[in-house]
Design a protein around this ligand. Sequence first.
Ligand code: ARG
Length: 299
Amino acid sequence: MDQMIRDAAHPHLPRYMVVDAAQFDVSYVINPWMDPDAWARDRANWQARARAGAADLHAALRQAGAQVEIVPSVAGLPDLVFPANAGIVLDRRVLPARFAHPQRQGEEAPYRAAFEAFRGRGLLDEIGQLPDGCFQEGAGDCIWDVRRQFFWTGHGQRSLAAAADEIAAFFARRLVQLELVNPRFYHLDTCFCPLSGGEVLYYPKAFDARGLATIRDHVAADDLIEATDEDAAAFCVNAVSLDRTVIMATAPERLRARLAERGYTVRNVDLVPFILSGGGAYCMTLRLDRSSVMAPATV
Ligand code: ARG
């Protein structure tokens, strides 16, 4: 269907940016999960499985009621497939990322081009800019909590603590900072996931005592769902929460059951090839219509 007609027909549907997986590869190491040797031993199979996994993720988003905007991949930029790191979006304004590692800095231009194209289509209004050297890796380290009306930010691995001031100034919003102390959980989205009903799925070992105290100060004990080592290693905290559906990499049965008790349906996607790069469902998406205003059916 023609894009304009579809946009006009479903102006209210949640909208996610994704990047096609055609150029996805594991060819360098910038986090402890990345395993180029394992990838190289079976590259053709991993690539086929990655394409199938990405297609199933897109299908899961659509089944949950979302529109999916597929941005083309770029040769030589394998991690472009993780657009949660492209920028922070809220209320039709985007603050594009600055990547800490040279291996990913080439992604800044294509992501900006994608944002400009979305602005051209009327999906975004304004595109900001972080100062040079102010590393901040997008929605991977800055998560809007619609129930609590503030951003949770992560720093200490990729994003700088100082980026928080820039984010607060650009969006004129409150934020709560969490230091990430475990290199395996190098983006906030690997260990922290607010769900649509107000619960927070999180992995305690990614934080120190101070971070845990901050989380407990802001989230009622009843609303805290602790991920186990197994859940975190399966990249299940890196989940897309859309109404009562939680889309995630294949989850341990116990986690599915715990979420079901709270009224959520887990939609599993086989994302093992992406876990070999340190990524899961959430970081393969970027919500473009993220709104500060609570809309119960679409948070
Ligand atoms: N290989 C990528 C990196 O290390 C994975 C990024 C995953 N993104 C995320 N938001 N967790 O940067």
